[in-house]
Ligand binder design. Structure first.
Ligand SMILES: C[S@@+](CC[C@H](N)C(=O)[O-])C[C@H]1O[C@@H](n2cnc3c(N)ncnc32)[C@H](O)[C@@H]1O
Length: 188
């Protein structure tokens, strides 16, 4: 994900980037990737379920291949909703459960897969959960990228909905899929 942010910074040099990564080794890797691409990212230890940022901080929150892995995707979505500004946007690129027989294979393989791939679930319906959660989906597309069985991916954007609407949506929800975060803001 980090290399792609270079284009965004070239377009808008005043962009401030913040990111979290709970795993110390991966955090170090991310730091090195950021410096290779000459990106100034404030990278912190943190979990998507408890983001280390104040309410209404970010213009954009980006989740890239992370909702497959977070422990509590529902909580993580709530956190994204909390830290993104009311006129901000949530962008995501996540692999999700396939339709048809491939989805059943992913259901069967996931218990083993998450043991060997650091908690990654192949069968999370992250797109459905975003749509049913505290966001309104603006656009979404399914992409035939990724290596089987971690496919397809969905890419989309969503905007936060008001707390009242959020509460009624959450009541209809039992569980979310996977998580987060790379973002931009000028004011933290
Ligand atoms: C599949 S990797 C993707 C890494 C990166 N986003 C990318 O696209 O290359 C999933 C990442 O989620 C991180 N992760 C696991 N649990 C998390 C949590 N609760 N909150 C935030 N990140 C988490 C893992 O440490 C890992 O770096």
């Amino acid at each position: 994900m980090i290399p792609y942010l270079q284009t965004a910074v070239q377009r808008e040099p005043a962009l401030h980037l913040h990111a979290i990564e709970p795993d110390p080794n991966r955090r170090e890797q991310a730091k090195q990737t950021a410096s290779t691409h000459d990106l100034d990212i404030q990278l912190r230890s943190g979990r998507a379920e408890s983001l280390p940022y104040a309410d209404d901080t970010f213009d954009v929150v980006i989740a890239s291949a992370v909702f497959c892995t977070v422990e509590d995707p529902s909580r993580a979505l709530e956190e994204v909703h909390r830290v993104v500004k009311s006129d901000g946007v949530f962008r995501f690129l996540e692999h999700v459960r396939s339709d048809g027989w491939r989805g059943y294979v992913q259901d069967g393989v996931t218990p083993l897969w998450k043991r060997i791939d650091n908690g990654c679930h192949l069968n999370r319906r992250t797109d459905d959960w975003i749509a049913a959660g505290p966001f309104a989906l603006n656009e979404i597309e399914t992409l035939s990228i990724g290596v089987s069985p971690s496919r397809p991916f969905v890419r989309g954007t969503a905007t936060p909905v008001s707390r009242t609407e959020t509460d009624s949506r959450i009541d209809r929800r039992e569980h979310v899929s996977s998580s987060v975060l790379e973002s931009s803001s000028e004011d933290i």
